[in-house]
Design a protein around this ligand. Sequence first.
Ligand code: S3P
Length: 434
Amino acid sequence: MQDTLRIDATGARTTGAAIHVPGDKSITIRAVLLGAAANGETVIHYPLDALDTRSALDAVQALGAKVEDRDGAWIVHGGKLKSPSAPVDLGNSGTALRLLAGLLAGMDGMEAVLSGDESLRSRPMGRIVEPLRLMGADIEYLEHEGSAPLRVKGRRLQGISYEMPVASAQVKGALMLAALSADGETIITERIASRDHTECMLPLFGAPVHISENDGARSIRVHAAKLQAAEVNVPGDFSSAFLWVVLGALMHGNGIRISGVGQNETRMGALRAMQDAGADVAVHLTSYLGAEPVGNIRISPSRLRPLHIAPASIPLMIDELPLLALAASQAEGESVLEGLGELRHKESDRITETARVLAAFGVKADADGDTLLIGGPQMLSPTEDDCGDDHRIALLALACALLAGGESTLHKFSSADVSYPLVSDAVKAVIGYR
Ligand code: S3P
């Protein structure tokens, strides 16, 4: 773990080299949790081995699942979860905590306290607790109303029909996992789509999911099911790949090729926005891993038109927005990114943090409520900056440092380990220096 990263990006350029990004965080966490709940031996190939996914793995072990590492694949022996003897620490992972709350809420005899680091304990939990309580869940806030730590006591749940008030795959996923042990059917309706990895994965574990579309709304129906162990192949994480998409487009050089990366459309909004703005990107679908599309992306130096991002597309690019804001600063004209309110509830307030890091590198981004206004193109200058406690902000700072050229120093860069360990080594492999 490297806490201060010093980069001399003098003469840095993309080499046209190919890169393979680490496994998908959302998919790895879901596979670990479903594997723990399923009867038998679940095998997770190419998992993301990073702090957030380790938090999920430690949590299921605390709940009695046995876990092994077999040549880099994670094996989860699940099916008989029991109450943990101490609070379960989910670290920085909102996905793991929220999904686990849903999974445990319907397990008879279960009693668990779910907590996490300071950032996670400051994130909103009412968004899962309220609908889970509508299903009959017994969940209590132990310190502050609306926040973790949560005490979950498993009990019999009833299916509900629920229209999502915020587009959130974590909330949707928590309800779907609770539905697996509820009486009757649960119907979740989303008017604005969010990532659909839970929908894609549940059938692999033997739980049917029925999806219908009506009048622009998507309804997901789930009912009780006994999960059976599965084999999950995890694609590369599109969110990690997006670092390279931005660098490939904005840096001088021969561009970048990314192989084996997830191409689920509910994740690719930022890439589609870059294409709309004129980025030179080619996307090749090569196969499916279960229901998840996977393939290669090639990106070349590009001139960008201003980006106009509307609120309905934000969930499809939710984790890429800090890097997309950097791309906007290099477009020719003023970009407008609207409807960013959810960014304030991430591992940090990402509207404020994005503007802060960009400003440190000399780039002006104006936050007007939930909108970011960014003129371009703006020059970046090397600097010394702090990445804060947010992995996506650490990646933004890294991209800024590479684009700025010259020598930059990034403190607390180990924040990146939450989703992209060893990213600075990958930079050396893909970016050429003078
Ligand atoms: C995730 C959903 C998103 C995303 C997070 C991972 C998931 O959060 O930002 O990094 O795996 O379900 P929200 O559901 O809060 O939008």
